[in-house]
Ligand binder design. Sequence first.
Ligand SMILES: *Cc1c(COP(=O)(O)O)cnc(C)c1O
Length: 227
Amino acid sequence: MKDRIEQIQKRISAAAEKAGRSPDEIRLVAVSKAKPGASVQMALDAGLDLFGENYIQEAREKVNALSASGAQWHFIGHLQSNKAKYAVKLFDLIHSVDSLKLARELNKQAARIDKVQPVLVQVNISAETTKSGTSREEAVDLATAISDLPNLSLQGLMTMPPFFDDPDRARPYFHELRQLRDHIRSLAIPGVTMDELSMGMTGDFEAAISEGATLVRIGTAIFGERS
Ligand SMILES: *Cc1c(COP(=O)(O)O)cnc(C)c1O
């Protein structure tokens, strides 16, 4: 696993340099969904400290078992409002806020534990009906609404483009997310920073970096195929 991680880190650095960016601007979120705590421990031993999970129940077990590790955890899956109370306890960043209902519930639950919860808005740039996320138009309204919620801190946008064999075909979607991010940033909504762009997975992270990704979510290339 150490070799794989080194390979990925090299590819991230190379993609950043090619795009005229500093590799320090890009954080690797190691997506450990469907992998046991022992795999996360190996990744920790190899020097990683940021993990992404899609399911609350599964994440709870790993976060609790590895609480002494100092690892950070991000939630990247679809979140139901009735799980918000667990999500605010477990995660340093929630990438997948896609409705005002969910945002309000996260705000309420974060307030109960005296936390200001960092979040991203997930945007369905491709408008595929199978994917969650707001439309581009709704994203602006949702960002404005979140700025009024005192226990949420909106830090950027996340997307998942359609799957293509050729990662260059995902680039227009990454480009659009960046433009939308820049647009929302230009509105200077109070309390909204919009520095983060969560985009790029095993098959397309280099294309995402060239379009401005600050968080790449990589599972398979680190942990192997999921069964
Ligand atoms: C599973 C998942 C990933 C990681 O995908 P890989 O192709 O294994 O790198 C990234 N983002 C989200 C939202 C995921 O669900």
